[in-house]
Design a protein around this ligand. Structure first.
Ligand code: EPZ
Length: 417
């Protein structure tokens, strides 16, 4: 298993090119299951493990996939299967998104129930309730869920929580269901709006994506399309927070500041100077961060995916900050690892109290999920001495060429195979 070694305490100076959004690319690639015509998806972070897993998933269902740089071409290769393989779903929970398009097109789908993971139980009840409200019947069988509906019916759906995955799954199903489906209390994340833009290119009508009421007018036959994925706001936010922790001056290109409003506001309160324009964001930081408390919330709130990196930054603040996690029930595993670097954090339920220290120091640590890994990276870049991050495959799920990007802006990061 690969490890990353970081010699910390060096400021970040230079430019990082932000990749396309992993969490937008995943549902868009899955949306190619809605058509038999060729699709091309550009600006895909194709080096990421989760994207490679998605390519394998599409191939296992009968698509032909060609990856060339950041462009992914998906074409038909015979008829599609309606059963998602267990080993792939276990590796990547977002695999359950194939349920929507396959159920809508073929009236039947079989998907293994994804297990819980390090950040929480992560049930899929909201997805299933939505499919049932569209007329699907659910049968559980040996750990798999079988959904059947000779023909899904469009309808008025209301989610009990604005789940990103459930909103996407139901949009995918509705796009291939003739008639008008409305999803209320829908997730408002930018990735939802990007999926909507792709569905429109395929020939569906979608209104309201990015608001809490999304209306989809589906069609029986959708066509092929080409689409460019939005920039990865979580990757961009991670590098901004890393620069605030390690200090220096960083320019992000291919970045969208409009998707990071809550994070930029928090960084400014912490003392960072931030400027942005069309497609770029610049950050400069020279002192110790001010303490800034925050709580995670669905978009446009502070993203849960940046809570762990934020905690790493606050570990260095000049006071006490509170961090609340209100999206996932168990997303604080990084607190104990940050403590190994000298952070002072006490966790109680969904809240963590962070008392800033002047200096962190390098140590061996272990990543437990993608963003916990990112938090360790942020802390390690700022810490004095050498940190070794184990289980770096978690980081590789969400950060393309992390050591290359950071090395080019002055960090000492190396991968040990
Ligand atoms: C997406 O996960 C992202 N993943 C996550 O990013 C992100 O943290 C999350 O949205 C929240 O922003 C992808 O886009 C591939 P949810 P998703 O459904 O769709 C509960 C990363 O680091 N819930 O909005 O799974 C759930 O347990 C990943 O890149 C139910 O109770 O998130 C959680 O507590 C990690 N029942 C909350 O809702 C359901 O049926 C939010 O989950 C569905 C969700």
């Amino acid at each position: 298993m690969d490890r990353l070694t970081i010699e910390g305490g060096r400021p970040l100076e230079g430019t990082i090119a932000v990749s396309g959004s992993k969490n937008a690319a995943l549902p868009i690639l899955v949306a190619t299951l809605l058509t038999d015509e060729p699709c091309v998806v550009d600006n895909v972070p194709a080096g990421l493990r989760d994207i490679k897993t998605t390519v394998r998933l599409l191939e296992s269902l009968g698509k032909r996939v060609r990856v060339g740089g950041a462009s992914v071409r998906v074409t038909a290769a015979g008829s599609l299967k309606t059963q998602a393989p267990y080993d792939i779903v276990q590796q990547m929970r977002a695999s359950v998104l194939v349920a929507g398009p396959l159920l809508a097109r073929f009236g039947l789908v079989r998907v293994p129930i994804p297990g819980g993971c390090a950040i929480g139980l992560r049930p899929i009840d909201i997805h299933l309730q939505g499919f049932e409200a569209m007329g699907a019947r659910r049968i559980a069988d040996e750990g798999d869920i079988i959904l059947s509906a000779p023909r899904l019916a469009p309808g008025a759906l209301r989610l009990r929580f604005p789940s990103v995955g459930a909103t996407e799954n139901l949009m995918l199903a509705a796009a291939a269901t003739p008639g008008r489906t409305t999803i209320r209390n829908a997730a408002r994340e930018p990735e939802i709006a990007d999926l909507a833009a792709f569905l429109v290119r395929l020939g569906a009508r979608v209104e309201g994506a990015g608001t809490s009421a999304v209306t989809i007018e589906g069609r029986l036959r959708l066509k092929g399309a080409r689409h460019r994925v939005i920039p990865d706001r979580v990757e961009a936010g991670t590098y901004l927070i890393a620069c605030a922790a390690a200090r220096g001056r960083l320019r992000l290109k291919n970045a969208e500041a409009g998707h990071l409003t809550a994070v930029i506001a928090a960084l400014r309160r912490a003392g960072a100077r931030i400027r942005f324009g069309r497609g770029w964001i610049e950050i400069a930081m020279d002192g110790r961060p001010q303490p800034v408390s925050m709580r995670t919330a669905p978009y446009p709130g502070f993203p849960t995916d940046l809570q762990a990196p934020w905690m790493a930054l606050m570990a260095l603040s000049s006071g006490a900050a509170r961090v609340r996690e209100d999206v996932f029930e168990n997303r604080f595993l990084h607190a104990a690892e940050l403590a190994r670097l000298g952070a002072r954090i006490s966790v109680s339920g969904a809240a963590a109290a962070v008392s800033g220290v002047e200096q962190l120091s390098g140590a061996p640590v272990m990543a437990s999920d993608i963003r916990a890994g990112a938090a360790l990276l942020v802390a390690a870049l700022a810490a004095r001495g050498r940190t070794v991050i184990q289980r770096v495959y978690h980081v590789d799920r969400g950060y393309e060429d992390v050591e290359g990007k950071l090395s080019r802006v002055g960090a000492r990061v190396a991968r040990l195979k």
